[in-house]
Design a protein around this ligand. Structure first.
Ligand code: FES
Ligand code: FE2
Length: 376
């Protein structure tokens, strides 16, 4: 940073100015991203994998949290564990891809870790005096599950996942979101050029729906202000959106059961980067995660889960719908990042009514980065 710690400047003290976004520098400065890693991503419960990917002893799934490599492993004892996926020898990544294995062997010099993370064998270890392998196991993370989801937390003293999830769990229960008997049908990962916060802010509001989604979301769901209701509670931002009433739907097949009696769809969001939704019809769940890679690059991971009763046509309709509005969102998000990267504007202007969820999210970011995290 050329001009000192931007988090120490006046806008960072005493809370965010009402009606202002976060400073635009916070969406492009690598030093802010480093701070987010420490104060947001290493302290929050992070969605990491589906439970079905870790069903058998020996199943291992590598992924990342804010570009920190991690690996999940089901031990021979049936326990689910998570570790930093970085070898304690010289830092090579230990597990390169998902699979079933009896141990975790670093590809570089061959150190072998157990599925419990303990260092079991060091190549040519007998040549070394006083080698204490018990000191050099993989670093552990907390791990817990909810429904089909596995979450991890770097902070071994963090509040429990159940406490963290409370508003989201309540919302899912009220909306009867199916969480049992689902299996992954399709997964899409794509890297794009935008800060993770730009992507998350976009998913939290439907103010942009009448403009950029008129041919997708606007066809099948109502996009007026009253039709997108939100509530902000602790680490959950809970939204629900009305379906177009039957008389207002155009011809064609909606991405939900056309005979449904349901009137809206739930959109629970869990701070800082996890959201899901489910449409009326056969059991279905769409899961959206935005994993930061750097200050201006993010990986979007979209997963589509269904119950056995969902036929191919229904599954495809949901995925096609998501692909279409997803590409509309992607263009908008990358355009916002270009505007921010120009360095011309210091911050943006938020509307108290239409941008209420963005304001709440920005408040959470601000509180976390300035040490005013309400829950710690
Ligand atoms: S870096 Fe893993 S064995 Fe050397
Ligand atoms: Fe959108």
């Amino acid at each position: 940073m050329a001009d000192g710690d931007i988090l120490a400047r006046p806008e960072s003290s005493g809370g965010l100015q009402r009606g202002a976004t976060l400073p635009f520098e916070w969406y492009r400065d690598p030093a802010v991203f480093e701070r987010e890693r420490e104060l947001i991503f290493k302290r929050s419960w992070q969605y990491a994998a589906l439970l079905e990917q870790l069903g058998e002893p020996g199943d291992t799934v590598p992924t990342s949290v804010a570009d920190i490599p991690i690996v999940l492993a089901r031990g021979k004892d049936g326990e689910l564990r998570a570790f930093v996926n970085i070898c304690r020898h010289r830092g090579h990544l230990v597990v390169p891809d998902a699979g079933n294995r009896s141990s975790l062997r670093c590809p570089y010099h061959g150190w072998i870790y157990g599925l419990d993370g303990c260092l079991k064998a060091v190549t040519r270890g007998r040549l070394e005096e006083n080698l204490d392998t018990s000191q050099w196991g993989l670093l552990p993370l907390q791990v817990d599950t909810w429904g089909p989801f596995v979450f991890v937390n770097f902070d071994l003293d963090a509040r429990s996942l159940r406490e963290w999830l409370r508003p989201v769990m309540d919302s899912a229960r009220r909306a009867r979101v199916p969480l049992d008997g689902l299996s992954l049908w399709k997964e899409t990962e794509f890297e794009f050029r935008a800060n993770w916060k730009v992507a998350v802010e976009n998913t939290l509001e439907c103010y942009h729906c009448p403009t950029i989604h008129s041919e997708t979301i606007g066809k099948w769901l109502k996009v007026t202000h009253d039709a997108f209701r939100t509530s902000c509670d602790d680490y959950g931002i809970i939204s629900e959106q009305d379906l177009q009433p039957p008389g207002r739907r155009p011809s064609g097949s909606p991405p939900y059961d056309p005979e449904t009696n349901e009137t809206c769809v739930p959109l629970p969001f869990l701070w800082p980067n996890f959201q899901f939704t489910s449409f009326p019809g056969p059991r279905n769940l769409m899961v959206f995660t935005f994993r930061p890679v750097s200050s201006d690059r993010t990986i979007g991971c979209f997963q589509y889960l269904f119950g056995d009763e969902a036929d191919e046509d229904f599954r495809q309709r949901i995925c096609d719908f998501s692909d279409q509005f997803g590409s509309e969102d992607l263009s908008a998000v990358e355009s916002v990042q270009r505007g921010i990267d120009s360095g011309i504007l210091p911050y943006g202007h938020l509307l108290p009514v239409s941008d209420i969820t963005t304001q709440y999210f920005d408040d959470l970011v601000h509180a976390a980065l300035t040490g005013k995290d309400r829950n710690r």
